[in-house]
Design a protein around this ligand. Structure first.
Ligand code: SF4
Ligand code: SF4
Length: 179
């Protein structure tokens, strides 16, 4: 299972990586950082990632949710943390989910890890995904290295495995960015 020092390392290696050399937020008005009309948009933390926060951050709102209700694997601890930001985080403190977007991991049946464009049904359009924009090589390299570490945690592996099979069963696009 990932430890606090693993998370510190993951935050360190992903601290400066960005999908493009230039600011991709200029393409879309930072649409993925908008909290939504009713402040409903957010992201889940990975198991144990909460150690990276004091829970006093004034830009972050916390919800504790039941992992079974949210269809996480049975191995996930209860509660899972769903966090919503106000759209203005200190960049060095952003959660891991923000650091990988628009990439997501996909596990082939033989266990091979691919990095693909996110296939979640999002309430906004990310031009990097819709236009299949080539991403900065350093970004995909760092994301791959981080996911190789994260997949050593069986709980995270199970989530990625389930998501990967779901994609295949539902014919969602497995568009490889770096294999
Ligand atoms: S929606 Fe896509 S292009 Fe826009 S800021 Fe987010 S990652 Fe960048
Ligand atoms: S935490 Fe930061 S990077 Fe993540 S959605 Fe909020 S403003 Fe954007």
């Amino acid at each position: 299972m990932l430890s606090a020092s693993d998370y510190q390392y993951l935050y360190q290696i992903t601290a400066k990586s960005t999908p493009l050399t230039e600011d991709c937020g200029l393409l879309c008005g930072k649409t993925c950082c908008r909290p939504g009309k009713n402040n409903e948009l957010g992201m889940y933390l990975f198991p144990g990632e909460e150690v990276m926060f004091t829970r006093q951050e004034d830009w972050l709102f916390w919800e504790e949710q039941d992992p079974a209700e949210q269809q996480f694997p049975a191995s996930w601890p209860n509660p899972v943390f769903f966090v919503r930001c106000n759209g203005h985080c200190p960049r060095e403190a952003r959660p891991l989910a923000c650091r990988f977007f628009p990439l997501t991991p996909h596990l082939q049946l033989n266990g091979e890890l691919l990095m693909i464009y996110e296939t979640l049904d999002l309430p906004y359009r990310c031009p990097l995904i819709t236009q299949s924009k080539p991403l900065h090589q350093g970004f995909t390299r760092v994301a791959t290295a981080a996911w190789k570490i994260m997949l050593k945690d069986h709980r995270i592996y199970e989530l990625v495995e389930e998501d990967s099979r779901y994609r295949e069963e539902n014919n969602l696009p497995v568009q490889v960015v770096l294999g």
